[in-house]
Design a protein around this ligand. Structure first.
Ligand SMILES: C[S@@+](CC[C@H](N)C(=O)[O-])C[C@H]1O[C@@H](n2cnc3c(N)ncnc32)[C@H](O)[C@@H]1O
Length: 228
C-alpha cells in the first residue's frame, strides 16, 4: 500500500515534467500566441508566489509618472499592478495581438475604474507609436512566443527614449521559458546592454538599457566596439 502511494506521488511530477518537455519541443518549432482561454490558468497561486504582481512592478523599476509599454498582458493582472504603481501622472499602454485578450483587459479596467491604461490590439512587429515615446517597455513570459525576435527588438528600440529600459520577466513553469543567458545574448546582439539581473534559474527579471554601439580607436589594435 505504502509503495503504491509512493509510486503515485512520484508519477504526478514525472508526468508533469514529461508533458512540459513535450510542449516545449512542440513550441520550439511552432511559435504562436497563447490561446486566450489559458489566460486565467497561468495566473495561478504557484506563479504568483514567485512573480507577485505588485512586487514584479517594483522589480521592473516602474516609477510613478513614467510612460510604459506592456507587451502581451494576458488576463491583465500585471497590467493593473503596474498601472497602480505608475499613479495618475503615469501612463500604461498595453498591446496584444489577440483581440480577445484585450477585451478581457478592457473589462477589468472598466470594472476597477482605472484611468491610466490604454489597452489596444497591435503587433510587436509594427508598433503604432512614435519613435522615442516610452520610458520603459516590459513583457512577462512573452518573448519566446514571438517568431522573429530581432524584428520585435528593433521595434522596442525604436519606441524607447534614450537610455529607456527594456524589461523581461520569465518563469520556468512557462513552456516557452528562455534561459537568461540565451535571452541576454539575443537582446545584446542589438543595441541594448544588460543593467540588472534579479532572480535565479527558476524565475528571473532582466533589465536592459537602450544603448548605441559605436566604433572607437583602440590603443594598440585598430578599432574596438564599445557601448556608448
Ligand atoms: C504567455 S502569455 C503571458 C501573459 C501575461 N504577460 C502573463 O504573464 O500572465 C503571452 C501573451 O503575449 C501575447 N502575444 C504573443 N505574441 C504576440 C505578438 N506578436 N504581439 C503582441 N502580443 C503577443 C499573447 O496573446 C499573450 O497574451
Amino acid at each position: 500500500m505504502f509503495l503504491r502511494i509512493l509510486y503515485i506521488l512520484l508519477a504526478i511530477p514525472a508526468t508533469l515534467i514529461v508533458l512540459h518537455t513535450i510542449i516545449r519541443i512542440v513550441r520550439h518549432f511552432n511559435k504562436f500566441p497563447m490561446p486566450q482561454w489559458m489566460a486565467n490558468l497561468i495566473d495561478n497561486p504557484v506563479r504568483r508566489k514567485f512573480q507577485p504582481p505588485d512586487k514584479t512592478a517594483i522589480r521592473h523599476k516602474i516609477e510613478p509618472g513614467m510612460r510604459v509599454l506592456e507587451i502581451g498582458p494576458g488576463n491583465g493582472t500585471y497590467t493593473l499592478a503596474t498601472a497602480h504603481r505608475l499613479g495618475t501622472k503615469g501612463e500604461l499602454v498595453t498591446i496584444d495581438i489577440e483581440p480577445k485578450m484585450i477585451e478581457r483587459v478592457q473589462r477589468r479596467i472598466e470594472a476597477e475604474g482605472v484611468t491610466n491604461i490604454d489597452a489596444r490590439v497591435a503587433d510587436v512587429y509594427e508598433l503604432p507609436f512614435e519613435d522615442a515615446s516610452f520610458d520603459l517597455v516590459y513583457m512577462i513570459t512573452v518573448i519566446n512566443e514571438i517568431p522573429d525576435i530581432p524584428r520585435a527588438l528593433a521595434e522596442f528600440h525604436r519606441v524607447l527614449k534614450t537610455a529607456g529600459k527594456l524589461v523581461f520577466s520569465e518563469i520556468l513553469l512557462d513552456p516557452d521559458y528562455p534561459r537568461a543567458a540565451t535571452l541576454t545574448r539575443k537582446v545584446q546582439a542589438l543595441e541594448f546592454r544588460l543593467k540588472v539581473k534579479i532572480g535565479n534559474f527558476f524565475y528571473y527579471t532582466l533589465i536592459f538599457e537602450k544603448a548605441k554601439k559605436v566604433w572607437v580607436s583602440g590603443i594598440s589594435r585598430g578599432k574596438v566596439q564599445i557601448w556608448e
